[in-house]
Design a protein around this ligand. Structure first.
Ligand SMILES: [Zn+2]
Ligand SMILES: [Zn+2]
Length: 264
């Protein structure tokens, strides 16, 4: 089942700016993320004027039209560890950058910041426009996005009233194309563990609508954003705002299923 209408780029940008303005430990991350979301929206909007074909190889010039602006944005305003990487990429030839994007497209890795940042809006546009990628056919699995087989970036809990007998009111959000899909509540999205005693849920009073879902079998985790507790949350952005939870998880020996775009 495909879930409710996804968040728009504008909603994500606004939420990042609002959360950044409240200060707090994650404010610099959110300021950066807000700027990055703006660059990603520009990449996405390019496709309204000139729709891509669905073959990344053919669409690369179009993707890089605003993709190189994203690189410049990060080179000028990004966190230190990304500035160097952005400058290196800007010095590379177009074909070298193209090769990175094509490699990422066939085998995504959350350790590669720029291909993920540039291809997220491309992947979302293809889904929104109903265009099936012609040069990408990754293996399907229940814990992978039904549209593009991407890994889950986070999980979304909807209002308690929406829960069915099967407990299907949990969604996963794809890290690649940002599609949401239903997933059982008591089930590790990494290894498939379903023994309740081996699944741990952690919360901090600082983030009442966030929960850290950890698995004692594979030692992986992701965050859940509880929209029943905070309906105005924008999962992709609120997940980033919960950065202190990532630090806590790492200290306790858990590895995230998929790093987000601020590298946590
Ligand atoms: Zn996807
Ligand atoms: Zn697991």
């Amino acid at each position: 089942m495909m879930a409710r209408v996804r968040d728009s780029w504008d909603r994500r940008i606004l939420r990042a700016e609002q959360l950044a303005a409240t200060g707090g430990p994650s404010a610099p991350l959110l300021t950066f993320y807000g700027r990055l979301l703006r660059s990603q929206k520009d990449v996405y909007d390019t496709f309204h004027r000139r729709p891509p074909s669905g073959s990344l190889e053919r669409d690369l010039p179009l993707v890089m039209e605003r993709g190189s602006a994203l690189l410049h944005e990060v080179a000028h305003h990004g966190p230190d560890r990304l500035v160097g990487e952005a400058r290196t990429l800007l010095e590379m030839t177009n074909s070298a950058i193209s090769n990175q994007l094509l490699t990422y497209w066939s085998a995504p890795s959350d350790r590669q910041f720029f291909p993920k940042a540039i291809l997220q809006p491309y992947a979302q546009w293809l889904v929104d426009a109903g265009v099936t990628p012609s040069d990408r056919a990754p293996a399907q699995a229940a814990n992978r996005c039904p549209r593009c087989a991407g890994a889950p970036q986070l999980s979304i809990l909807e209002t308690a009233g929406a829960a069915s007998a099967e407990g299907s009111s949990r969604l996963l959000l794809c890290a690649m194309c940002l599609t949401q899909w239903s997933f059982r509540r008591v089930l590790c999205p990494h290894c498939g563990e379903e023994d309740e005693r081996r699944l741990g849920y952690f919360q901090s009073p600082a983030f009442e609508h966030l929960r850290l879902d950890a698995c004692h079998s594979c030692h992986r985790y992701l965050k859940s954003v509880d929209l029943g507790r905070l309906g105005l949350a924008v999962p992709l952005v609120d997940e980033v705002a919960g950065a202190p939870l990532d630090l806590w998880a790492r200290e306790h020996g858990y590895e995230k299923i998929e790093l987000n775009l601020v590298g946590l």
